[in-house]
Every structure is written in C-alpha cells, then in structure tokens.
Design a protein around this ligand. Structure first.
Ligand code: ZN
Length: 332
C-alpha cells in the first residue's frame, strides 16, 4: 500500500473517531432546526439470526430491533417523521424532520410495519416493478447468494457487484444466466423475494405507507439514453398505478445515479420529488420548483447510536475529507 493511499484511508477514520467525542458536545449548542434528514434502507430482517442465512446482500439492511431504535432515537431528539404528503403540505423551517425510505420492494419490508405502527411513523417504499411482476430475485442478491455459497469473500462479491453497475439490465441478466444457470432468478426464501402484486396492494393500503417509483428494471439510468429512461419511469408507473390505485409522485434513482437531463425526464414523467443518495442534510425551505431533488443518507446495517450524530450534523469522515481535497485541488 502506498503512503498516499494509507493517508487517504486513515484520515477519514481519524475524523470519525474525533466525531464520536466532539459531535455530542457540538450538538448541545447547535440548533437542529431547519433540517430534513432522509435515510434509505433496503431490506428488513425479522431477527439478526436471519442475516446469517446469507439470502440477501447485507448492505443497508436493518433488523426490526435496529429500526425500532432508529425511530426512538429521532423521536427523542424531537424530530418529526414525515411522508411525501407532508412535503406537499410544506415544512416548517423552525422544525427538524426525518424521513424513512426503503428501496427495491422486498417482501421483507412487511416486517417494518409493526414498528411503524407502534410509533405511528410513516415510511416511503420505492418499488422495482420488473422483479415484482416476475417474482425474480434482485441481481445483486443472486451474485451474493451464489458466491457466498461458493465461499467467496464479501469483498470480492462487492467488487463483482460494482463491476456490473456499468451495464444495461439485459446485459446483467445475461451475465447471471451465464454464471449461475437458468434458475438463478428464483428466490430462495421470503427474505430475498420481491413482494407480489397482491401483497403490494395490501401493503400500499396501509395508512403509514407511501409507494414510489424505482424504475421498471432497477436501471442505473446513467447507462441508458433519455428515451429509455422515460420508458423505465412510465412502465413502472403504469404497473404501480394499476396495483395501488394512485400514480406515484416520488421516485428514487437506482444506485443513486442521475444527471440534470435525467431530472428533466423525471419532471416530464410527472414526478414531484426525486430521491438521490447524496449524503447531505436537506435544508428548509426546500427549493420549490416543478421538481425537488432530495438528498438521502445511507441507512447503515448498524445501530443508529453509532452514526446518528454524524447525520444530524451532516458529515462523516470520508465526505469531509473528500470535500476538503476537492477544495484544495480547485485552489491549485
Ligand atoms: Zn435499488
């Protein structure tokens, strides 16, 4: 490992370590008004035991217990949990808000309902409709399940997943068929399967649930032309509207990839709010125009107590260090 690489990887860790000490002190004096924090998760485990079954790629999955702690943490800090309907009504810039979102449309998202009901907090779920209508496993889980069974390390699995993110969904399908055979898309259990249409209908009817668009094929849209992107939004919205009885006004970009032209396409498709994976606080008032782009923090597969103060202050070691490096580069 070169010296530069060593410095690059250790500085963010040092910043984070200092954050654990200083964040609580800073937060005693800093106002948290005027901010909306949005988090994204993928799956929900009923227990930590389920994690060990290795049926779903573990990034951004949360146990029921961690979700419960997450909600309690922000309620205690006087944050209000909101839904897209609350965004429409407008937010008070003297208050602090938090929003829970889940991407992809896993059946296991049902496990979040008892927690949402217990605390009466809403959540927004972005659904990939192609998996829903075909009851097929998500491609990143196919890689994870098969490779883990072969004994491949998580690091190498993640490398293989990353390498496929440059591709069109039809190329990813082909890669999986070539590597894992004709039945690779068949889910292994309730943990890795998508919701069915009937289940989604029931789920969407819940008063704490809002459904959003996550494209039809979980397309990483920067790999597609704009006409294909428009088709991905439309196909998904048509299917969702038929099932849930309303047309989603919210959309989350798969893998967080987007461009200003894609925002324009999303605007034309009728979305009012689009969700990215940029790790920043949304400041109030939100910029009102035809379409509002919202930042989201990655919901981590660990206790909120270990990263909550960082999100409330809107930074973490790598983000701060990368921004600093960029500023220095701009100056030079
Ligand atoms: Zn996704």
């Amino acid at each position: 490992m070169g010296i530069k690489h060593k410095v690059d990887s250790s500085i963010p860790i040092i910043i984070d370590k200092m954050g654990y000490i200083f964040n609580p002190l800073i937060l005693r004096f800093k106002s948290e008004k005027n901010q909306l924090l949005i988090f994204y998760f993928h799956g929900v485990y009923e227990s930590s035991q389920q994690k060990k079954e290795c049926h779903v790629s573990p990034q951004n999955n949360i146990t029921k217990e961690q979700l419960s702690d997450f909600v309690k943490y922000f309620l205690l800090k006087k944050y209000k949990f909101i839904s897209p309907k609350d965004l429409e009504k407008g937010l008070d810039k003297d208050k602090s808000y938090v929003m829970i979102t889940f991407d992809d449309g896993y059946y296991n998202n049902f496990y979040s309902l008892p927690i949402l009901e217990e605390f009466r907090v809403p959540a927004t779920f972005f659904i990939t409709t192609r998996n829903l209508v075909s009851n097929s496993s998500y491609w990143w889980d196919v890689i994870y399940k098969y490779r883990t069974r072969e004994g491949v390390s998580l690091e190498l699995v993640q490398e293989e997943q990353e390498s496929l993110k440059r591709l069109h969904h039809s190329e990813i399908d082909q890669y999986l068929l070539d590597n894992f055979g004709d039945f690779c898309f068949t889910p292994w259990s309730d943990l890795d399967r998508p919701m069915s249409s009937i289940e989604l209908k029931v789920f969407a009817n819940h008063d704490l649930v809002t459904i959003g668009n996550h494209t039809h094929s979980h397309s990483i849209l920067t790999n597609y032309n704009l006409a294909e992107a428009a088709e991905e939004f439309k196909k998904s919205n048509d299917i969702l509207t038929k099932i849930i009885g309303y047309t989603p006004t919210t959309m989350a970009f798969p893998n967080g990839n987007y461009s200003s032209s894609l925002i324009e396409v999303a605007n034309k498709a009728g979305f009012k709010y689009v969700f990215t994976t940029k790790s920043y606080i949304n400041r109030l008032p939100l910029k009102y125009g035809n379409i509002i782009t919202l930042n989201r923090f990655m919901g981590r597969a660990i206790s909120i107590h270990s990263y909550g103060t960082f999100t409330r202050l809107g930074y973490n070691g790598s983000l701060l260090f990368n921004n600093f490096k960029k500023k220095i580069k701009d100056l030079i």
